[in-house]
Write a protein that binds this ligand. Structure first.
Ligand code: 6PG
Length: 232
């Protein structure tokens, strides 16, 4: 079931995202005794993470039952200011004193991006086997070009159907990104996009209602892919 919440400003957006996050987390903790979430990178979730760790909201769930993953990562060291892990560590994981055993980060410091992706895939598969289920929630952002996680338009990872995590060559950024694939994202029980800024309105409109162009707009919802497949 798709739900679209439109908020007036970043504060209201972050507050609404905190409530959605806490609802999904507590539902999972009641049902399974634990909650697994893949965090989004980029700038937009920064506010959400800080709010979740704030005195006003941190008591909304039992953080000792949460396992943290990352939807994607830049091919940089974990202390780099480009690191999604570092951003989450400073705004959420450290303030909440999350145990290192519950934090599953990409080994993005490995020189070989494919090796880092394989290691993360193994960690995901091991976790799915141990927990007996896929991720409970994947948080995602949206780029103006329609990318999400590090699934950029017209890049090799878009065609990946077997793997759960890959290194994705992004020529326009002249770099390899580390990203979960459609298979691991769409396998999750819940997916939540957090998108902020007037300059992204067109991308949101295209992804939700525009012409079906999956290679140009990787963030297009799965049901559009399914509908397209049924009609062709
Ligand atoms: C990343 C992200 C990426 C991000 C979008 C939006 O590593 O950059 O995972 O998919 O969510 O690029 O980024 P902003 O929130 O910074 O606009």
């Amino acid at each position: 079931m798709r739900q679209i919440l439109i908020k007036q400003n970043p504060d209201e957006l972050a507050k609404a995202a905190v409530d959605q996050f806490a609802q999904i987390a507590n539902r999972s903790i009641v049902a399974h005794g634990s909650f697994s979430v893949a965090l989004a990178g980029g700038a937009t979730p920064h506010h959400l993470y800080a709010l979740l760790a704030s005195d006003n909201h941190r008591l909304k769930l039992d953080w000792s039952r949460v396992d943290f993953f990352f939807g994607d990562e830049r091919h940089v060291a974990p202390d780099s200011d480009q690191s999604n892990y570092r951003m989450a560590k400073e705004t959420l994981l450290e303030p909440l004193d999350i145990s290192a055993s519950r934090v599953h980060r990409w080994q993005s410091e490995l020189p070989d991006a494919n090796e880092a992706a394989k290691a993360y895939e193994d960690e995901l598969r091991e976790y799915f086997e141990r927990s007996g289920r896929r991720l409970d929630l994947v948080l995602l952002g949206l780029g103006e070009d329609g990318h999400t996680a590090s699934l950029f338009p017209n890049t090799p990872a878009l065609g990946e159907i077997e793997r759960l995590a890959v290194a994705n060559r992004v020529e326009k950024l002249n770099t390899d990104r580390l990203t979960m694939t459609f298979s691991s994202i769409n396998g999750a029980s819940n997916v939540m996009f957090i998108v902020s800024g007037r300059y992204k309105a067109e991308a949101v409109q295209h992804v939700l209602e525009g012409e079906f162009r999956p290679d140009d707009l990787p963030a297009e919802p799965q049901e559009r892919h399914d509908r397209h497949r049924q009609q062709h």
